[in-house]
Design a binder for this molecule. Structure first.
Ligand code: ACO
Length: 399
């Protein structure tokens, strides 16, 4: 916690007066609400969704069930699961106008900008928008989860010069994303790996994008506005954009034997290595630990590119853990290993962060619906540190 002691002019008052606030830059270490959605234990490297450890969920569950768990706070029985999973499928269709927006923006804008605009536009075609009841927000959440997946796959299709295709009712959520992106069904193993990646990214407490979702929604705006704010926030390389940046670094390293020299010289130049470090985890990110297992299994991949990226990622991780992990608490986060895994699944780098938004949509919605139950406008204070009572000088007299 950073404590800034400021005394202003002659107005020196007692300790912790208006003029001498404690400022927590980046709101670091500040609790702003209670939540039952997610527990993140940054000291011990543990993550729980609604009380279930992430290791248990990624081993036994699937993304559809995790969405239900996050939104409703409990695991579904078979009937509840079937109804929920088929609603996700039936809501995956995109309005023609939204498809046109995606087509128009695809080759001009960053995919996260296209996604943000398309998700915002969905509100024009959702009859539930004015209804702020919990039931309506649950319906809107299901639509947002389903349609965000279709939007991201469609961004990929248009950037490849291909056309929009509809989802298939017999495929899982992960299977449909790969199908809608590629135009053909992918292997069951690839569908399973993507399903695990989606589960691992589904929720993460009051991270930057979830917080901005809540800030927007706490004004009693609507859920489309709130998650649009979340998408805008996820884009930055200090948050969700780190996965694309980490892959770009691995590509810049080029050959595995260049890894150590590249990382050493980046650190000497005081550069940040994307995919390392976390505001809350001061130990190994448990999601990165799970992904690493899949990464290790890719060392024998038939693709030379995947073998190279895997080797670079594992060598970079070893060096960073030795140099910064134990000394400074800078460990790999979820974004470091995602790139090589997504590359092995045939997902292009420009879709990594949009895909992160697909998986985080249930987390944003679950938090928003929970917060609205005891809503309070989020409005922190800033300490004004500039001059006051300045004299207004007419323009002709200014130098
Ligand atoms: N590489 C090298 N050094 C780092 C890194 C990194 N990735 N991250 C932090 N450090 C160093 C800082 O330079 C600083 O060093 P100093 O004390 O010598 O000045 C020290 O560690 C503390 O850094 P802070 O910026 O204070 O840590 P903060 O909690 O604010 O940052 C953040 C967390 C933004 C994630 C940071 O670790 C970072 O920039 N990482 C790279 C981007 C990234 O991977 N983001 C994804 C996070 S996970 C997610 O959003 C899904």
């Amino acid at each position: 916690m950073l404590v800034i002691n400021l005394s202003v002019g002659t107005e020196k008052r007692g300790h912790l007066s208006v003029d001498e606030p404690t400022i927590n830059l980046g709101l670091e270490g500040i609790y702003f609400t209670k939540s039952e959605v997610c527990k993140l234990d940054g000291i011990n490297g543990r993550l729980y969704y609604r009380g279930y450890p992430i290791e248990t969920l990624s081993k036994n569950s699937n993304f559809e069930e995790v969405c239900y768990l996050l939104l409703y706070g409990k695991l579904p029985n078979e009937e509840e699961f079937n109804i929920f999973a088929s609603a996700l499928k039936s809501e995956s269709e995109l309005p023609e106008q939204v498809i046109s927006i995606i087509k128009d923006m695809s080759n001009k804008a960053h995919p996260m900008d296209t996604l943000r605009t398309a998700v915002s536009a969905l509100s024009a075609y959702d009859n539930d928008v004015p209804d702020s009841s919990i039931d309506a927000n649950m319906r809107k959440s299901v639509r947002l989860i389903a349609k965000t997946c279709s939007i991201v796959a469609t961004i990929g299709r248009f950037r490849n010069g291909e056309s929009y295709i509809r989802s298939k009712p017999n495929l899982s959520f992960a299977g449909n994303f790969l199908y809608m992106l590629n135009g053909s069904r992918q292997s069951q193993q690839n569908e399973k790996i993507l399903d695990i990646m989606l589960m691992l990214h589904a929720e993460h407490s009051s991270n930057a994008s979830t917080f901005s979702t809540l800030v927007a929604g706490a004004t009693l705006s609507d859920i489309h506005a709130a998650v649009t704010s979340g998408i805008a926030t996820l884009k930055g390389p200090l948050h969700g954009g780190a996965d694309e940046a980490a892959l770009a670094m691995m590509r810049a390293i080029g050959r595995p034997d260049n890894t150590e020299e590249y990382i050493e010289s980046a650190l000497e130049g005081k550069k940040r290595i994307m995919g390392f470090g976390h505001r809350v985890y001061k130990t190994y990110d448990p999601r990165a630990r799970i992904i690493k297992v899949y990464l290790e299994s890719m060392q024998d991949s038939s693709s030379e590119e995947v073998r190279n990226l895997t080797s670079i990622a594992l060598r970079a991780e070893k060096l960073m853990v030795d140099k910064l992990g134990k000394t400074k608490g800078i460990w790999p986060n979820v974004d470091f290993f995602s790139g090589p895994v997504y590359t092995a699944l045939g997902i292009p780098g420009y879709l990594f962060t949009p895909l992160f938004a697909v998986s985080r949509m249930p987390g944003w919605c679950a938090h928003m619906i929970e917060y609205w139950k005891s809503n309070r406008l989020i409005r922190p204070l800033e300490y004004y540190s500039g001059p006051i009572d300045l004299e207004y000088i007419p323009m002709e007299n200014r130098s």
